[in-house]
Design a protein around this ligand. Structure first.
Ligand code: LLP
Length: 421
């Protein structure tokens, strides 16, 4: 459920007409609904209310300070994967004890910064990384809390580029070697093992892969405890999918997911952490764009938008489907014809949809990409020297620009000229 609905003939973001934001900030832009974002966070929080837990928002999905602050005010933790994300989480007022650090390539500098600023735990991805964390913590005279990410060799049944839980993926240590690696962790100075971490992929639309992985984690918890390790915390990753099309079957609800966690792991008495990103922010965001031209090609009609692959890369990168709807409701109700919906970037890959049924639209009409909140703005680039698009946050009848569009000068002035030129 989201808060982008047609009212009085036009699309609203909560109580603000999308067209009003477009008039104020220009297109393209991302707009997020605070109410949707908070609602989704609370669904997860409630789904785990049967036991001690922390919902750590995977901020890679969308990391604007205003979004982080909105979630932090709800009590959310953060899952970070870089020094930059750690700094963003801290700048948004998230205390270190609510930040978990994931990612396969944490550098010494990142480990040091997190230990200095405070960290709930590092989710260790390999033995070399574990040794580095041990060295850095020991040199600083502190103890780093860690979980070890295990790779359960489970097929997440999602797009290959976002599946992470198969043995051929770069993530975690093979679950079969977990005892050995935990034994080394226990022997290393500067580390305190607190639990187990697992994350099998993103945009999962079924619960079975989670179940398979979590049952393996349950067994491993017992085995590691028998080996003498204190396993008090289970980080179960993110990955619950969202509906991208109106027609496809709705993925499981956070409540079903929470019940699955309780059923598979609840008896262990551990504190549970989850790292959802997409489900919290995905359907809380739109990318709004203006039609530049309607071009009649050879047997095809092209709708050329002012948004492009640099603003929303998901269709080009993962063949992802985003619903694209007109902002005026009358257009939404008109007779539909197939269109190729493209951006102005000079690549054929700059195609958002092929043969998509759309009402008659023309220059100046606004369209909105639904479900664009997650992995949208954060994956944008300035390819073709197109400035990053602004981000806007709506709350009730108010809206605010939470990241402004850079000017061409801002863009150009980031380059520096060597003295020999
Ligand atoms: N935790 C870890 C360790 C992760 O690697 C990820 C996502 C998450 C949590 C959050 O997963 P979510 O709940 O958002 O599914 N750019 C791709 C998605 C990449 C996901 C990477 N890892 C896309 O646009 O579909």
């Amino acid at each position: 459920m989201d808060h982008f609905v047609y009212r009085d003939g036009q699309l609203y973001a909560e109580d603000v007409p999308v067209a009003e934001i477009a008039a104020a900030v220009g297109t393209p832009f991302y707009v997020y609904s605070s109410a949707t974002l908070v609602r989704h966070y609370r669904l997860f929080d409630e789904a785990l209310s049967w036991g001690p837990h922390l919902v750590c928002y995977a901020m890679k999905a969308a990391s604007n300070q205003a979004i982080l602050r909105t979630l932090a005010a709800e009590g959310a933790g953060m899952d970070v994967v870089s020094g930059g994300e750690y700094a963003r989480a801290r700048a948004a007022g998230v205390p270190g004890e609510r930040i978990v650090f994931s990612g396969v390539g944490k550098t010494r500098a990142e480990v040091r910064a997190a230990l200095e600023g405070g960290i709930r735990q590092f989710n260790v991805e390999s033995e070399p990384e574990m040794r580095v964390i041990s060295e850095v913590a020991s040199a600083m005279g502190v103890v780093a809390p860690i979980t070890i990410r295990v790779n359960p060799d489970v097929d997440a049944r999602t797009h290959a580029k976002i599946a992470t839980g198969k043995s051929e993926n770069k993530f975690g240590i093979p679950i079969a070697r977990a005892r050995e690696v935990y034994a080394e962790a226990a022997a290393l100075p500067g580390l305190k093992v607190v639990g187990i971490d697992v994350h099998i992929g993103s945009q999962l639309t079924q619960l079975e892969p989670f179940e398979q992985a979590y049952l393996k984690v349950a067994d491993l918890t017992e085995v590691l405890r028998a080996d003498g390790h204190e396993i008090t915390r289970l980080d179960l990753g993110g990955g619950l999918g969202i509906p991208y099309t109106r027609s496809n079957e709705a993925p499981p609800l956070p409540s079903d997911y929470g019940a699955l966690i309780q059923r598979t792991l609840g008896h262990l008495g551990c504190e549970v952490e989850i790292e959802p990103g997409r489900l919290i922010i995905g359907n809380a965001g739109l990318l709004v764009s203006e039609v530049i031209y309607l071009k009649h090609g050879e047997g095809r009609d092209f709708l050329i938008l002012d948004a492009a692959m640099n603003d929303l890369i998901r269709p080009a990168m993962y063949d992802a489907h985003h619903e694209i709807v007109p902002v005026k409701e009358a257009e939404a109700a008109a007779e539909l014809h197939p269109h190729d919906i493209v951006g102005p970037v000079c690549e054929t890959g700059d195609t958002f949809a092929k043969g998509r049924l759309m009402p008659p639209l023309d220059s100046g009409d606004l369209v909105a990409f639904r479900s664009a909140g997650a992995y949208g703005a954060v994956m944008a680039s300035e390819y073709n020297s197109r400035p990053l698009v602004p981000e806007v946050l709506v709350k009730g009848d108010q809206f605010a620009v939470i990241r402004a569009r850079p000017s061409f000068d801002d863009m150009i002035n980031r380059d520096t000229i060597p003295e020999w030129l």
